[in-house]
Design a protein. Structure first.
Length: 97
């Protein structure tokens, strides 16, 4: 099944603030991993986040973390942050169960 990928305004700002090389790497990772199997977890790439209602998942693309939710046939990318900022973002924006 092909999923529709939607970027939240915050995710668009995050992406535009990155250097061009990181933008391309992020777009490629989103297309490769989230277009068809966004809920297929793995040891290192896609992780289901425990204890959080939002975001549901995290995609790792080298030192970039992509936080997203899956609803029906849509993948909603909430934020795109570098690894050192990921815990801070989750503490501020993550919604606990």
């Amino acid at each position: 099944m092909r999923y529709r990928i939607l970027l939240a305004p915050e995710a668009i700002r995050d992406l535009k603030a990155m250097p061009a090389r990181d933008q391309k790497r992020t777009r490629d990772a989103i297309e490769k991993h989230l277009r068809y199997q966004p809920m297929q977890t793995s040891k290192s790439r896609i992780k289901r986040l425990r204890g959080l209602a939002k975001p549901q998942y995290r995609l790792r693309a080298d030192d970039i973390r992509i936080f997203y939710d899956v609803a029906g046939a849509e993948v909603r990318v909430l934020a795109i942050v570098y690894k050192p900022e990921a815990e801070i973002w989750l503490a501020k924006k993550g919604e606990r169960l």
